[in-house]
Design a protein around this ligand. Structure first.
Ligand code: NAD
Ligand code: LMR
Length: 338
């Protein structure tokens, strides 16, 4: 019985895990959707993160194999697997950070919003579990459409009386990762030296790179700005089309998710000046959620930065982004409150 092996600590693996638990410090992290295209490399990379002491891998399929495999890595995090809804509560209890990449990905021809009907319900159920078992955890939402799933999570937490807007973050890090890569390519720089703020949301024209605010400062012709903006906005679709029916970005997403989760953990630890872009509850615009730079700290989001000076091209992009975002946010809210 796989559940017995996973859950009751009867195997030598589990006994080893029990002993390891006593001596370690660090954060407890759960990944919901851990067996998926993102979930597996994300689980592997989180097992390599020295800030993680306990790693809970939850999915509705295949967690036994993924957990067994990853648990053999000689890093300090203790790995435990959880399979199916009856084990969700154990997966979540005591967690400091919960990362959610559960749900279906796009196929060519689909928008992220086409995933709403399936993924909205998945995110809702998982967030109900979080509200019940680890209401103080930082929550990183990857499941699409992020522009709607984050508002759904907020409504679930409000209903449960556990809502803390500082602890809910939609992961838009992949947009920044792509922007850094594409901009570095155009400028002939090392991408590690480039930092592009990307604001708005995580779908098409709601993805708004602020090329005028790149560090180090650089300038573009209007053709370059148009090319880069369009490539960043359509980066997800570029991968969906290349994968031709086999899913969407998984490896670059796992990389981006770990970059973001690591920032959240460094914030929790008390590191200074941990600043990343994320889609968060916000008053930066008139919309209730918006992606922008946030400073991460011991309570989650400690500060949300204003958008800063934008050029004409960016200002008109912002107006278009806000229009689409308003509808996506409203769709999520009404799903969760109906
Ligand atoms: P996938 O199909 O490979 O994996 C999804 C996993 O979720 C599967 O293992 C599945 O069993 C699991 N799952 C399904 N229902 C579940 C439930 N109720 N509880 C727990 N787990 C459940 O998909 P993927 O490629 O890993 O993508 C996952 C999601 O991430 C998609 O919605 C995709 O659009 C999104 N995504 C977001 C970003 C971003 O930048 N935010 C980037 C890439 C993908
Ligand atoms: C991405 O940006 O790669 C993800 O949102 C997945 C997708 O559907 O494009």
């Amino acid at each position: 019985n796989p559940h017995k092996l996973q859950m009751e600590g009867k195997t030598s693996l589990e006994l080893a895990n029990c002993r390891a638990k006593g001596g370690s410090s660090g954060f407890k992290v759960a990944i919901l959707g851990a067996s998926g295209g993102i979930g597996q490399p994300l689980s592997m990379l989180m097992k390599m993160n020295p800030l993680v002491s306990v790693l809970h891998l939850y999915d509705v399929a295949n967690t036994r194999g993924v957990t067994s495999d990853i648990s053999h890595m000689d890093t300090s995090a203790v790995v435990r697997g959880f399979l199916g809804p009856q084990q969700l509560e154990n997966a979540l209890t005591g967690m400091d950070l919960v990362i959610i990449p559960a749900g279906v990905p796009r196929k060519p021809g689909m928008t992220r919003d086409d995933l709403f009907n399936i993924n909205a319900g998945i995110v809702k159920t998982l967030c109900e579990g979080i509200a019940k078992c680890c209401p103080r955890a930082i929550v990183n939402i990857i499941s699409n459409p992020v522009n709607s799933t984050v508002p759904i999570a907020a409504e679930v937490f409000k209903k449960a009386g556990t809502y803390d807007p500082k602890r809910l973050l939609g992961v838009t890090m992949l947009d920044v990762v792509r922007a850094n890569t594409f901009v570095a390519e155009v400028l002939g720089l090392d991408p590690r030296e480039v930092d592009v703020p990307v604001v708005g949301g995580h779908a098409g024209i709601t993805i708004l790179p602020l090329l005028s605010q790149i560090k180090p400062p650089c300038s573009f012709t209007s053709e370059e700005a148009a090319y880069l903006t369009s490539r960043i906005q359509n980066g997800g679709t570029e991968v969906v089309e290349a994968k031709a029916g086999a899913g969407s970005a998984t490896l670059s997403m796992a990389y981006a998710a770990v970059k973001f989760a690591d920032a959240c953990l460094r914030g929790l630890r008390g590191d200074a000046d941990v600043i990343k872009c994320a889609f968060v509850p916000s008053v930066v615009t008139e919309l209730p959620f918006f992606a922008s730079k946030v400073r991460l700290g011991g309570n989650g989001i400690e500060e949300i930065y204003t958008l800063g000076p934008m050029n004409e091209f960016e200002r008109s992009g912002l107006e278009m982004a806000k229009k689409e975002l308003a509808g996506s946010i409203e769709k999520g809210v009404s799903f969760a409150t109906k």
